[in-house]
Design a protein around this ligand. Structure first.
Ligand SMILES: [Zn+2]
Length: 559
């Protein structure tokens, strides 16, 4: 028996997500575990005299689980934000969105004035040209901010960057640069836009500074603070941490070992970041298994491998089946990019599968989903294995027949519901057209086909907040206010399952988190209102008081 005292918390209502006892009003916690749950009258049974009443006016739920985000989300706040939408930082401050190129330049100029070292690169982040009317941001615009200091503006998609002329000069980017992805004017001169990693890496100190920020301790803390502020108690860093780099495991341990660190983190093993060629995969799998078997702690978990198969739909780099893109930009090759050659997929998936790991594969386009599903089927034929939970990540254009196959194979999906709000209008008008946009991020289809699924923000791509993500899946309202694909809306209960117990299942943590039951970890979201009782269009507006992670209470930041 544990020596630690039992604490009893009373609440206005406790939603357990345990179907055998769906609601309660008091919860008993000892150390980091739940030891009792029921009504206040049951408290006597737990032998506790004093009751903590601080949540008397609040609704408690299992801590929300964000099963696809990135620690980069916590790193970028070191740099000025120049995205289109207003965004809240880890300290609770709201940053105004930049609605046009002038505001982007103004925001960067303010920062430029504060940097004393004339050689330090000015980095901005969050830019999304698809939302800015008129001309596209190019080097000559950024030259208005500085002609002597290098500037690197990282786009919201994380697939592109725009740099100024001084950055190009110092990095040797000119009309003779052969690297694909260096965008050019009609006269052949680079215009400052660098597409995808090979081109972005040419700009000295751009990606490198962001990479250094990602490895920092502050990024790990800010990531958890962002989670706490929106009621999330477990975050999955889906392949941003370079676990093979010396010191990264220790840095995660140092942060998550602190009692005051306000999140549980699943750090996925990034296949790309580890430089995995097919020949190395068995070695990488062995490293991922070792991390899972020997390095896990209560708040730091492993066992997931992340693959990235295609690009992004709004960037026209996702792999689609015919009829491909509706209105691709001039000179577009017709379909997107493979980031892993499809013919290598069976071997790669099979190596991780044989090692007993769970493979999560980024598939934005339906052609990519199919390649991954086929690779999982081949791996299972060769090496049958129950309950693998291999997961299609983003799953934005996955079709009903693909979901049927996924169900048959025992696969999961993690659906990028936030896209409906942030890019839904653009998907209907520009990328895939009305019909396919209405069937995107098809939570109701996944539900009908019995595929267990979660929903996600992919933060920093869109802001972390499971209440907002649930609002997207339940309402399917775009930024312009229209309902896109009403038949793919899901109910509040299903959305809550997707952000709690089914997300836990996907991360293989359902024995410990995802519902409030005796014996599970004491991870809670503390909300001002009951998600079942607010009008569905107000889900995203429910105020979050904070969280409890392993019995420790963490209050959200607010300004
Ligand atoms: Zn991602």
């Amino acid at each position: 028996m544990s020596e630690e005292p039992i604490k009893v918390y009373r609440a206005k209502e406790i939603i357990t997500m345990d179907p055998t006892a769906p609601s309660a009003t008091a919860i008993a916690v000892q150390g980091d575990r739940i030891v009792g749950i029921g009504d206040s009258t049951d408290v006597i049974q737990w032998g506790v005299k004093e009751i903590d009443d601080r949540f008397d006016d609040y609704v408690l739920l299992p801590g929300f689980i964000e099963a696809h985000s990135h620690v980069m989300s916590g790193a970028l706040w070191e740099f000025p934000y120049v995205g289109f939408y207003d965004r809240e930082d880890p300290q609770g401050k709201i940053w105004q969105g930049c609605r046009d190129i002038e505001s982007v330049l103004e925001q960067l100029t303010q920062y430029e004035n504060r940097i004393s070292d004339p050689d330090e690169t000015l980095i901005g982040w969050g830019l999304d040209p698809i939302f800015l009317q008129g001309e596209r941001l190019e080097a000559h615009h950024l030259d208005q901010v500085s002609t002597t200091r290098p500037i690197f503006v990282f786009h919201a998609s994380a697939h592109l960057a725009t740099v100024n002329s001084e950055m190009m000069r110092r990095s040797g980017i000119d009309r003779h640069t052969p690297t694909p992805g260096v965008a050019r004017n009609a006269d052949g001169e680079p215009n400052g836009e660098l597409q995808e990693p090979a081109a972005m890496s040419l700009a000295l100190n751009g990606l490198l500074s962001i990479g250094t920020a990602i490895m920092s301790s502050e990024a790990k803390w800010n990531y958890a603070r962002e989670a706490r502020n929106c009621g999330v108690t477990t975050v999955a860093d889906l392949g941003t941490t370079r676990l093979a780099v010396e010191g990264q495991l220790e840095a995660w341990r140092e942060a998550t070992d602190q009692m005051s660190y306000p999140a549980r983190v699943v750090v996925a093993f990034g296949h790309h970041d580890s430089g995995g060629s097919p020949a190395d995969v068995d070695g990488l799998a062995a490293l991922a298994v070792r991390l899972r078997d020997e390095e896990e702690t209560a708040k730091l978990r492993f066992g997931i491998v992340k693959l990235i198969l295609d690009g992004s739909i709004q960037g026209f780099t996702a792999r689609l089946s015919p009829p491909y893109y509706l209105n691709p930009p001039q000179g577009h090759p017709g379909n997107g990019l493979w980031l892993i050659p499809p013919e290598q997929m069976p071997e790669i998936v099979s190596s991780y599968h044989r090692a007993g790991l769970t493979v999560h594969c980024h598939c934005n386009g339906d052609e990519a989903s199919q390649v991954f599903i086929d690779a999982v089927e081949a791996a299972l034929l060769e090496h049958p294995r129950d309950d693998h939970r291999h997961t299609v990540q983003h799953s934005q254009l996955t079709t009903a027949s693909q979901y049927q196959k996924m169900y048959a194979l025992g696969m999961n999906a993690n659906i990028f519901s936030n896209h409906i709000f942030y890019w839904g209008d653009q998907h209907a008008a520009i990328t895939v057209g009305e019909d396919r946009a209405a069937a995107m991020d098809a939570c109701a289809t996944a539900e009908r086909e019995n595929v267990k699924f979660s929903i996600h923000s992919d933060s920093p791509i869109t802001p972390i907040s499971q209440l907002h993500t649930m609002w997207c899946a339940v309402n399917r309202k775009t930024a312009s206010g229209r309902i896109l694909g009403p038949d793919e809306r899901i109910g509040v209960h299903k959305a809550l399952q997707a952000c709690t117990i089914d997300a836990a299942h996907q991360l293989r943590l359902d024995k410990e988190i995802g519902s409030l039951e005796v014996g599970k970890l004491a991870d809670l979201s503390v909300l001002a209102r009951n998600p079942y009782e607010v009008p569905p269009e107000e889900l995203k507006d429910i105020q979050v008081w904070g969280t409890m992670v392993g019995g420790i209470v963490h209050q959200a930041a607010s300004e």
